[in-house]
Design a protein around this ligand. Structure first.
Ligand SMILES: Nc1ncnc2c1ncn2[C@@H]1O[C@H](COP(=O)(O)OP(=O)(O)OP(=O)(O)O)[C@@H](O)[C@H]1O
Length: 279
């Protein structure tokens, strides 16, 4: 389905961001891409749709080498790759429906897109997708009236509106609270499974990745140092990816966050009991 072969990226500054990265992804498989800051995660995601030009290597999506495509062919290929962004990238003054329909822009003519005239089947599809992501009641709201989680749901529906063969997801939960983050990750992963859609999710939250993805790829300094199921992501593997010190720090922060969540839940339960007692 997607096959990356010896992908290398050296920026003009001399930074070697990716060093002969190779892996393949099957249909319906959700891959979590993890690694420390500067490991090359964003570079990898951006090389796949050529927002960043690879220096060497091949990127095959259903046997077409994306790295070799000319400008026009690349435009057609990009329709086949859905993107979901950290900051949602919605048009704030447009409605939820208009934002979702903008996923069809790669398909409709320039004049049609200017007049924002879409085929009825595209509108019907958008309604279906908005229902699937839980936004049926918000179709006509402006994007700037939505919460972060709702915005990301619009981002997911917009990516699906273009009927992608691959989803590239860049830090989808970085701007969301922990509960909403889990809901969004669950939604993305469920939808990929329903549609047999492969996805690569750049995600800095290891626990969240472990909870939902099928496979984890760990990058360090531009190289794949782990590739396997989340269950195999043990202390040794995480130390290999993040280094002993950073991994210890991350685990401490995660333990503290879990403790805070459990304290908050205990407080809420005690408060509810107290209220029940006074009624
Ligand atoms: N436009 C650029 N020009 C030069 N070097 C770059 C550019 N973008 C990234 N780099 C370098 O490439 C390497 C990989 O960066 P990249 O942003 O891909 O890492 P990352 O794993 O996504 O990091 P983060 O989690 O902090 O976003 C880093 O050394 C970075 O400094």
């Amino acid at each position: 389905m997607l096959s990356i072969e010896a992908l290398t990226k050296r920026y003009k500054t001399g930074d070697l961001a990716l060093k002969e990265v190779s892996f393949s992804i099957e249909r319906g498989q959700v891959v979590g891409l993890i690694g420390p800051s500067g490991a090359g995660k964003s570079t990898l995601i951006r090389c796949i749709n050529r927002l960043v030009e690879p220096t060497a290597g091949a990127i095959r999506l259903s046997d077409v080498d994306i790295s070799k495509l000319g400008r026009t062919q690349l435009k057609t290929m990009r329709r086949r790759i859905g993107m979901i962004y950290q900051e949602y990238a919605l048009v704030e003054r447009l409605t939820v429906m208009e934002n979702v329909l903008s996923g069809r822009l790669g398909y409709v003519s320039f004049w049609r897109s200017l007049a924002r005239r879409y085929a009825q089947k595209d509108v019907d599809k958008a309604f279906g997708l908005l229902e699937r992501v839980g936004l049926s009641d918000h179709v006509d709201k402006r994007a700037d009236e939505l919460s972060g989680g709702q915005r990301q749901r619009v981002g997911i529906a917009r990516a699906l509106e273009q009927d992608p063969e691959l989803l590239l997801v860049d830090e989808p939960t970085a701007s969301l609270d922990p509960k909403t983050s889990r809901q969004i990750m669950r939604l993305i992963c469920e939808i990929c499974r329903e549609r047999d859609l492969p996805a690569i999710i750049n995600i800095h939250d290891v626990m969240l990745a472990q909870m939902f993805v099928d496979r984890v790829i760990g990058l360090t300094a531009g190289e794949v140092v782990f590739d396997g199921p989340p269950a195999e992501l043990d202390h040794a593997a995480l130390t290999r990816i993040y280094g002993e010190e950073d991994w210890r720090e991350m685990r401490k922060a995660a333990d503290e966050a879990a403790q805070d969540a459990s304290d908050a839940a205990a407080f809420k339960a005690a408060e509810e009991e107290r209220m029940a007692g006074t009624v």
